[in-house]
Design a protein around this ligand. Structure first.
Ligand SMILES: Cc1ncc(COP(=O)(O)O)c(C=O)c1O
Length: 445
């Protein structure tokens, strides 16, 4: 249907440049804006990307027009300077040595996770980049939480680290990695001739928004000589909030951090920040020469380049909306919104807990909350189906958008509150809507 509408909006002119048609452009824009997820609606409660601050959209538009890719200073001078400044500004909350830490931007958290794993692997296996062979001492392996985002395992696959070399570490009921049980699992892996060079922890898991105990995991990583990578794609932004910073206690000991600004810093996607505590390790990810872009004689231009440290050659100047907002409004803009959304999620938890026909699955640590509509004892299969059907109907009706995720093997409904225009009244309306749909589905079952 949408494909048909889209095709109908295309000019039939093939020989010469078509006359500009205002009506056609207006219809294309209407179709674009009116379809897909409505991130600025208070009914949007289901995914981790945000409705952006309007000013960020304006700056992004300017970026599209000036078109200054940002891997190289010669092309994007201000974006490269702004990256340095934002690295310093945000590093204050990470507590890393400012003379040593470094930050690059990448097109998404998935690519940041891949890049950090590559740097970690190349540090642990110095010969592998040149020879493709890890040498003696065991096959490269990584330790990841059972709740890790799929991009981590995908990144391992890209690096030639097979699934049997990805060591799944147990989590508790709240989805947090358990350091007390991880050590034994890692030791067992090493007895299988695996060398676990990197431990990947999460600061805000995708399913439940759980924060792993970074402090203890950093100590575990140090004891076993592993790199600690923290996937904070969702939750790293909480460090800018005085109220929530403690959830990342121990981040000061991590080796690298993935931080999606297009999630909880509310700028256009993609805008990911990849931090390294020891800046020199960033250069270890890619060990290449390419005379057409990399200069052997360092100067002001090459000293600002990030192209040697990131996968992309041509890269959007994605820092510009973030740096501009930070410059114009300061940190509090972000901290206040984060505080509001986390408090609102706490409110959602209270509202749902008070409803006897809903089961809330965990206390929210940030702005993600999983629950089920469960008016009575129901077998697991039907319970699972019921949640999926509720999600589908809500999505089809179009007033609310929430997501679903499996929790302990059974589907759950998932709220991700990213919009400060949502208030408790919207949550109450959502509860009523789910109850109406759920009761109808159960009757028909
Ligand atoms: C914890 C976590 N890591 C990584 C990612 C992937 O980030 P991106 O979508 O920016 O590639 C996500 C996305 O939701 C995530 O929640």
């Amino acid at each position: 249907m949408l494909t048909k509408l889209a095709r109908e909006l295309m000019t039939r002119e093939r020989e010469k440049v078509a006359d500009f048609d205002h009506g056609r452009l207006a219809e294309i824009l209407d179709l674009y804006v009116g379809t897909g997820i409505q991130v600025h609606s208070p009914g949007y409660m289901g995914r981790q990307f945000s409705g952006v601050f309007p000013l960020a959209g304006v700056v992004d538009f300017v970026s599209s027009v000036v078109n200054q890719p940002s891997s190289f200073y010669e092309a994007g001078q201000l974006p490269n300077v702004a990256e340095r400044i934002m690295a310093e500004e945000l590093n204050r909350y990470l507590g890393w040595d400012p003379d040593r830490a470094t930050m690059i931007t990448t097109s998404g958290g998935s690519l940041a996770n891949l890049t950090a794993l590559l740097a970690a692997r190349n540090e642990a296996f110095p010969e592998i980049w040149a020879r493709g062979d890890p040498g003696g001492g065991g096959l490269p392996a990584i330790g990841v939480s059972e709740e890790a985002h799929y991009s981590v395992v995908r990144a391992a696959g890209v690096l030639g680290i097979g699934e049997s070399q990805v060591i799944r570490l147990p989590v508790n009921r709240r989805g947090q990695l358990r350091p007390d049980r991880a050590a034994a699992v890692l030791a067992a892996a090493e007895r299988r001739n695996l060398r676990v060079f990197c431990l990947v922890a999460s600061a805000g898991t995708t399913s439940m928004g759980a924060f792993d105990p970074l402090d203890e995991l950093a100590d575990l990583a140090a004891r076993r000589g592993m790199w600690l990578h923290v996937d904070g794609a969702h939750g790293a932004s909480l460090v800018v909030s005085d109220r929530h910073r403690a959830k990342l206690r121990g981040i000061e000991k991590a080796d690298s951090l993935t931080w999606d600004a297009h999630k909880m810093l509310f700028v256009p996607a993609p805008c990911t920040l990849l931090f390294y505590r020891r800046g020199e390790t960033a250069a270890g990810a890619f060990r290449q020469r390419a005379s057409y872009v990399f200069d052997d004689e360092p100067d002001i231009y090459s000293s600002f380049d990030s192209g040697d440290k990131n996968f992309e050659c041509t890269k959007r100047p994605m820092i510009m909306p973030l740096w501009t907002l930070w410059s114009v409004y300061g940190r509090a803009l972000f901290a206040e919104k984060i505080d509001y959304l986390c408090a609102l999620t706490g409110e959602a938890h209270r509202i749902l807990q008070a409803e006897p026909d809903f089961a809330v699955l965990h206390e929210p640590e940030a702005n993600i909350l999983c629950f089920r509509y469960q008016p009575r004892e129901i077998g697991a299969d039907l319970l699972h189906r019921l949640q999926l059907d509720i999600r589908d109907q809500l999505r089809g009706d179009g007033r609310f958008f929430i997501s679903k995720v499996d929790v302990h093997g059974v589907a759950a409904l998932r709220l991700v509150l990213m919009n400060h225009r949502i208030h408790a009244g919207h949550l109450t309306m959502l509860v009523a809507e789910i109850r109406k749909i759920g009761a109808r589905l159960l009757l028909a079952a």
